[in-house]
Design a protein around this ligand. Structure first.
Ligand code: NAD
Length: 508
C-alpha cells in the first residue's frame, strides 16, 4: 500500500448500551405507535450506537398535529422576540455544556472524528446565539411617503408549521442552520433527522425542554424518508418544508409539496471547483485543496472535489497535494489525532470506489490511493486519500458528487476556459479562486455560478454569512439574515388617517 498516515484503533471505551431515541410529540417522549425500532451501528467500530423508535405515517401525523396546535395557540408564535431569544440563548449554553455527549454519539453514528464533532457542536451553539440576536432585531418597514392621509406598514410574521428534514453528514450542525432560525421567526416545527444519525437531534430536543421551550413547538419524529418525511412534505397542516440532502430527494420533495403549494427551501449537492491560477500562493492553495477534499471524508456538500488548475502549475500542485495527503491522519474517529474517519455505509464505500474505477477505465490516472483503507484493530469502512489526475469534463467523477475522499484534477489555460469548466455543471453550491491578482479574483468571483465563492481560502463560514446554492444545488438561503427571512411571511398593512377619501359611490 502507498505510504499514508493511519491511526489504529485507539482502544477508547465503546458504549456498553446503545443510545435510546424516542419521538418528541407535544412535549412528551413516545415510542412509535407500532412499537417498532431501528438500529444504527457505528461505521468505524461496528458497535450498536443507537436504537430509535421507528416512525411511520401515524407518528408523523401526530407530530404535525401537535405543531399545528402549538402554532395556532400562539404559545411561541405570538410571544415577544425577547422571550424567544431567552430560550435560544439558554439552548446555546446547554449545547456547550453537553458538547461532549453530542459529539460522542455523532461520531459513533457518522464515523466522523471526535475532535471535529466537538468543533461542530461548539459552532452550532454559535448559530443558536446568532439566531437569538435575530429574534430581537427582526422588523419590517414603514412607508410614510404615501400622502398625508396614508400610512403603509409591512410586517413580518412566522410562516407557520415547518417540516425540517436533515441529512447524516452534519446532523447536529445542519439542524443548527435551520431550527434556531425557524424558532427565532416564531414557527412551530416537526424535525426528522436522517435514519443514520438520529440521536444528536434527540439530545437537542432534551435541551430545548430544559431551556423552557413550550410543549409542541418542536416535535421530533425518527425514521425513514418515504414514511415519515413523505408525510411531512404532503400534510396540508404544514406550511413550509426545509430540506437538506441529495438533489434527487430534493426534487421529489419539491414535487410532493407542490400539491399543497408549500414553500420549499432546499440545500442540495455540489461539485465544487477550486480554480488555481499560476500566480497563486501554492503552499496555501495545496493545503486548502487537501483540506477541502478530505474534510468529513469528502462526505460534504461543500467538498472541494473538483480542482481546476492552470496547466503551468498542475504538476507542482499535484505533487504538493499528494505529499500533504500522505500526512493526513485517517483512522479511528475516537482518537483525537484522527482527521478523517469512516465512510457512512459499506454501500456508500462501494459507490465511491466505483467512481474511481470508472475514471481509470476512461483514461484518468490514480496518483494516490484509490482503494479501501485498512485500519489496524478496526473492521469498519474506510477509504484511502485519493487523487485522480487526467480527469476530463465528461467523466462522471468530474460531474457527479462522489461524496468520498477523492480529488479530481482538471486543467485549464485561460480565464474563459476556467469559467467555462466551473459553470458547465448542473450544480452551483460553492467555488474557490486562488490568485495573488485582485483582478483575477474579482473577475472569477463575479462570473462563477455558485452561491458562495471563496477567494484564497476554502470553506470558511460564519453565522452572519448566508449560505445556499444556485442551479440544482438548491433554492432559498440559510443562516445570516436571509436565513431568517426564509421562515417569515410578509404582510402589508395599509391604513388611512382621518376620513379624507372622496366617496366612490356618488351621493344624491
Ligand atoms: P438524502 O437525500 O438521502 O436524505 C436526506 C434526508 O431526507 C434524510 O433524513 C432522509 O431520511 C430523508 N428522505 C429520504 N427520502 C425522502 C422522501 N422521499 N421524502 C422526504 N424525506 C426523505 O441525503 P443524505 O444521503 O442524508 O445526505 C447527503 C446529501 O446531502 C448529499 O447530496 C449532500 O450534498 C447533501 N447535503 C447538502 C448540504 C447543503 O447545505 N447544500 C449540506 C449537507 C448535505
Amino acid at each position: 500500500m502507498t505510504e499514508m498516515t493511519v491511526i489504529a484503533a485507539s482502544g477508547a471505551a465503546l458504549p456498553q448500551e446503545p443510545f435510546l431515541g424516542r419521538h418528541l410529540i407535544g412535549g412528551t417522549w413516545r415510542q412509535s405507535l407500532s412499537a417498532k425500532t431501528f438500529d444504527r451501528h457505528s461505521p468505524a467500530h461496528g458497535v450498536l450506537a443507537s436504537r430509535s423508535a421507528l416512525g411511520a405515517r401515524e407518528d408523523a401525523e401526530a407530530a404535525i398535529r401537535a405543531a399545528r396546535a402549538s402554532f395556532d395557540s400562539g404559545n411561541w408564535s405570538r410571544i415577544s422576540g425577547k422571550a424567544r431569544a431567552t430560550v435560544l440563548l439558554k439552548a446555546a449554553d446547554l449545547i456547550e455544556a453537553n458538547a461532549d455527549r453530542i459529539a460522542l454519539i455523532e461520531t459513533l453514528e457518522s464515523g466522523k472524528p471526535i475532535t471535529q464533532a466537538r468543533g461542530e457542536a461548539a459552532g452550532a451553539a454559535d448559530l443558536w446565539r446568532y439566531a437569538a440576536s435575530l429574534a430581537r432585531t427582526m422588523h419590517g418597514d414603514s412607508h410614510n411617503t404615501l400622502g398625508p392621509d396614508m400610512l403603509g406598514v409591512v410586517v413580518k410574521e412566522p410562516i407557520g408549521v415547518v417540516s425540517i428534514i436533515t441529512p447524516w453528514n452534519f446532523a447536529f450542525w445542519i439542524l443548527g442552520q435551520k431550527l434556531p432560525f425557524a424558532l427565532a421567526a416564531g414557527c412551530s416545527c416537526v424535525v426528522k433527522p436522517s435514519e443514520m444519525t438520529p440521536s444528536s437531534t434527540v439530545i437537542m430536543g432534551e435541551l430545548l425542554i430544559e431551556a423552557g421551550l413550550p410543549a409542541g413547538v418542536v416535535n421530533i419524529v425518527l425514521g425513514y424518508g418515504p414514511d415519515v418525511g413523505g408525510t411531512m412534505t404532503t400534510a396540508p397542516e404544514v406550511d413550509m418544508v426545509t430540506f437538506t440532502g441529495s438533489t434527487a430527494v430534493g426534487k421529489s420533495i419539491s414535487a410532493a409539496a407542490s400539491a399543497t403549494l408549500k414553500k420549499v427551501a432546499l440545500e442540495l449537492g455540489g461539485k465544487n471547483p477550486q480554480v488555481i491560477f499560476p500566480d497563486a500562493d501554492m503552499e496555501s492553495a495545496a493545503d486548502a485543496v487537501t483540506f477541502g477534499v478530505y474534510f468529513n471524508a469528502g462526505e460534504c456538500c461543500n467538498s472541494g472535489s473538483r480542482i481546476i488548475v492552470h496547466e503551468d502549475v498542475a504538476d507542482d500542485l499535484i505533487t504538493r497535494v499528494v505529499a500533504l495527503s500522505r500526512k493526513v491522519a485517517f483512522g479511528d474517529p475516537l482518537d483525537p489525532a484522527t482527521q478523517v474517519g469512516a465512510i457512512i455505509t459499506p454501500q456508500h464505500l462501494g459507490k465511491i470506489d466505483s467512481y474511481v474505477r470508472e475514471a481509470e477505465k476512461a483514461g484518468a490516472e490514480v496518483a494516490l490511493g484509490g482503494a479501501r483503507l485498512s485500519v489496524p484493530g478496526l473492521s469498519g469502512d474506510f477509504y484511502q486519500p485519493t487523487v485522480v489526475r487526467g480527469v476530463t469534463p465528461g467523466m462522471a467523477i468530474a460531474r457527479e458528487e462522489v461524496f468520498g475522499p477523492v480529488l479530481s484534477v482538471l486543467t485549464f489555460q485561460t480565464m474563459e476556459e476556467a469559467l467555462a469548466l466551473t459553470n458547465d455543471d448542473a450544480y452551483g453550491l460553492s467555488a474557490g479562486v486562488w490568485s495573488e491578482n485582485v483582478h483575477t479574483c474579482l473577475e472569477f468571483s463575479r462570473r462563477a455560478q455558485a452561491g458562495t465563492v471563496w477567494t484564497n481560502t476554502w470553506m470558511d463560514g460564519f453565522p452572519e454569512l448566508t449560505f445556499g446554492g444556485m442551479k440544482q444545488s438548491g433554492q432559498g438561503r440559510e443562516i445570516g439574515p436571509y436565513g431568517l427571512d426564509e421562515f417569515l411571511e410578509v404582510k402589508t398593512l395599509v391604513m388611512r388617517i382621518g376620513k379624507t377619501r372622496a366617496p366612490w359611490v356618488r351621493q344624491g
